[in-house]
Design a binder for this molecule. Structure first.
Ligand SMILES: N[C@@H](CCC(=O)N[C@@H](CS)C(=O)NCC(=O)O)C(=O)O
Length: 228
């Protein structure tokens, strides 16, 4: 008998996208939901103990404990040979799929994380330091974060004009991976109807998937990321 995969889902975290993709695949899995520490909002100690990184998501299966969203999603897909969420090697949309699959984690997430960390740390500083740090954060945002994010979003708009999903003509794992970035970006106004209408329309289409409703019900939270 093979072991069932368990998704350890931390509330308001990137593990939502794994939960969502599992629901889309309809594959059996066990789910354990963890709450964040009410004071620090960090993962609780029993979550941190699951893997050496201490981050969410984590899946366990038998003796395996695997962290890192994209590694987990690839591992799940490897175990389901007839799934259709990865365009085959040599197929027309393979390159586009690979681009967005890697850009979500490799380019977009670091920029969004930088914006989040600088915003939160500004708010936690003693008030007399805030004006100086605000100037620094504005500079970082204007010179580095926003221009790079804008280039990615401009490309996303162009790609979504030529085919409906990030991986091309069909829904792929790239859509579930980048969904976290896009939905959180939309909630924070970085991605908006005026500048990024196709991204917003894609977000609405993703949220209309029955797998989103199922994942949301199991998650039981009002949104997928922490608000600050
Ligand atoms: N690149 C990692 C990032 C993981 C990560 O930073 N997860 C956050 C949740 S969104 C986390 O574990 N935060 C809780 C904590 O650090 O205590 C992945 O995709 O798995």
């Amino acid at each position: 008998m093979t072991d069932t995969l368990t998704l350890h889902h931390l509330e308001y975290s990137q593990s939502f996208r794994v939960l969502w993709m599992l629901e889309e695949l309809g594959t059996p899995f066990d789910l354990k939901v963890y709450s964040r520490d009410a004071k620090t909002m960090a993962a609780p100690d029993d979550y941190k103990a699951l893997s050496p990184l201490g981050t969410a998501p984590v899946v366990t299966e038998g003796g395996l404990a695997l962290a890192e969203s994209s590694a987990i999603m690839e591992y799940i897909l490897d175990g389901i040979p007839d799934q259709t969420l990865r365009p085959a090697v040599g197929s027309p949309h393979r390159a586009r799929y690979l681009f967005w699959w890697h850009a979500a984690q490799g380019s977009m997430m670091p920029l969004q994380l930088m914006a989040t960390v600088t915003t939160i740390s500004q708010k936690r500083l003693p008030f007399f330091m805030r004006p100086f740090v605000k100037l620094y954060v504005q500079g970082l945002n204007n010179l580095f974060i926003q221009p790079r994010l804008n280039r990615l979003l401009t490309l996303a708009e162009a790609d979504l004009a030529s085919a409906p999903w990030f991986g091309g003509e069909t829904l792929t794992a790239a859509d579930f991976l980048i969904a976290y970035n896009m939905i959180v970006g939309a909630e924070r106004g970085v991605i908006n109807e005026t500048q990024h209408p196709r991204c917003i329309e894609w977000v609405e289409r993703m949220k209309a998937l029955p797998s989103f409703a199922r994942a949301t019900e199991k998650d039981g939270r009002a949104s997928m990321a922490l608000s600050y």
